[in-house]
Design a protein around this ligand. Structure first.
Ligand code: FPP
Length: 259
């Protein structure tokens, strides 16, 4: 994918086009992670039930996934459901699971056409069986795609992920398969759900909250954080392009000093 791919779908003379021209395609973030927040507030502002915000958020998911693929990002990770989200009213959880299933069913062809590989990160085995079936089908059908890797974080928690990794390593040490002293950062990284993927370069959060909410805690150690007041159902291509353009203005020092 390239600038040309995006220019095809962006109206000439639009704000999106100007933003696109400001982006340096040689320095794109490899991995963009998004905390999609503000669905409930979006619905409340319109005097609608909270679930209407989630429903409207699907259009934003579609737009961001397509734009990421066209931009040529390697990985996009969207935080759709956390291990803490089970505390929400049962009816909201059920609606979210239903939306997810419907999204996968209706989008699968588009994902395939856009050469997108779909994967789940999180404790998938604790999700309802019918949702798991749909997710597995999506993963299997798109497994051979070589473009964007689209991760959905579902029943995901950063601390849970690190705990699971430590348990695996401890079991290996106890069984004599591994030396405790040989465990380093790379070893731990290789036991996370994101093993083998680049860490997020850019973390986007919508709805203005300044929190990381237990998302990819290990992997965002050096991510650039971009927060917008825009509520998730209003988030579109131009906001993603804005985030990428702003990211490219940041100086990443990784604890060193300016060049
Ligand atoms: C946060 O808004 C959003 C969520 C917990 C769910 C995000 C889910 C979707 C956008 C739909 C399904 C996703 C996919 C990938 C198909 P909130 O409810 O916490 O909003 P609030 O803070 O305003 O209450």
């Amino acid at each position: 994918m390239s600038l040309q791919d995006l220019l095809e779908v962006v109206p000439s003379g639009s704000e999106d086009q100007a933003l696109l021209r400001a982006i340096d395609f040689a320095r794109l973030p490899r991995h963009v992670a998004v905390i999609m927040d503000g669905n409930g507030r979006w619905a409340k502002l319109r005097h609608k039930p909270r679930v209407e915000g989630h429903r409207a958020g699907i259009a934003s998911v579609r737009d961001v996934v397509e734009t990421s693929a066209r931009l040529g990002l390697q990985v996009l990770t969207l935080y759709a459901f956390s291990v803490e989200n089970w505390k929400r009213p049962q009816s909201e959880v059920t609606t979210l699971m239903g939306l997810l299933k419907r999204y996968l069913r209706s989008e699968l062809d588009t994902l395939l056409r856009n050469n997108i590989r779909f994967r789940v990160i999180g404790r998938m085995e604790e999700l309802p069986a019918d949702v798991q079936d749909e997710l597995r089908r999506g993963m299997e059908r798109t497994a051979d795609r070589s473009g964007l890797l689209f991760n959905i974080a579902l029943n995901y928690g950063g601390r849970t992920e690190i705990t699971d990794a430590v348990r695996r390593l401890a079991a290996d040490v106890a069984a004599g398969r591994r030396e405790a002293g040989a465990i380093d950062e790379d070893t731990l990284s290789s036991c996370l759900y994101t093993a083998g993927l680049p860490d997020p370069d850019l973390l986007i959060r919508t709805s203005g909250e300044m929190r990381v909410s237990n998302f990819l805690l290990w992997q965002i150690a050096y991510a650039e954080i971009w927060v917008t007041d825009v509520l998730w159902p209003d988030f579109r291509r131009k906001h993603l392009l804005q985030a990428v353009a702003d990211y490219q203005k940041r100086e990443r020092r990784y604890g060193g000093i300016a060049k």
